[in-house]
Design a protein. Structure first.
Length: 151
């Protein structure tokens, strides 16, 4: 079963590695995709953050699983910031995503790195390390949102 899951996950990763123009028929599709990916990442990260803050009891298995999903999803939305995806479907993206593309990409890479640390802390089962990792991920999210998302 684990082998099958790994194979499915590898196939999905390969599918997401193709250029964004090949993935999305319309800009609206890319916007919906990235919003969905961000929502799923937030939901999984939120479970871990709730445990780190003490709002819900710490469950090492749920923390590990949720952190792993959030880490994986943290690699997905960036291909959906292509041409024409700055307007429509209630997008809150600032124009700076495109005018400061290097800075935006740097933030995306930092988020992925911090999600990796979160996943490692969850796997270790160390609540104190998990709290630190949650703070780092949350700070990275806030920095990017402040610079690149309209509110």
């Amino acid at each position: 079963m684990k082998t099958l899951s790994a194979l499915v996950l590898a196939c999905a990763a390969a599918a997401f590695a193709v250029p964004a123009s090949a993935q999305f028929a319309k800009p609206e599709d890319a916007i919906k995709y990235r919003q969905s990916a961000m929502f799923m990442m937030q939901q999984n990260f939120g479970r871990v953050a709730a445990m780190a803050s003490g709002r819900v009891p710490f469950d090492p298995k749920v923390a590990t699983d949720s952190a792993a999903v959030a880490e994986y999803i943290s690699r997905l939305p960036w291909a959906a910031y292509g041409e024409g995806t700055d307007k429509g479907r209630d997008t809150r993206v600032k124009p700076e995503v495109w005018s400061e593309k290097a800075k935006f990409n740097e933030q995306a890479e930092k988020l992925q790195a911090e999600m990796g640390k979160l996943s490692a802390a969850a796997k270790a089962g160390n609540l104190d390390a998990l709290k630190v990792a949650v703070g780092a991920v949350g700070g990275t999210c806030k920095t990017c949102h402040d610079a690149f998302r309209k509110d």
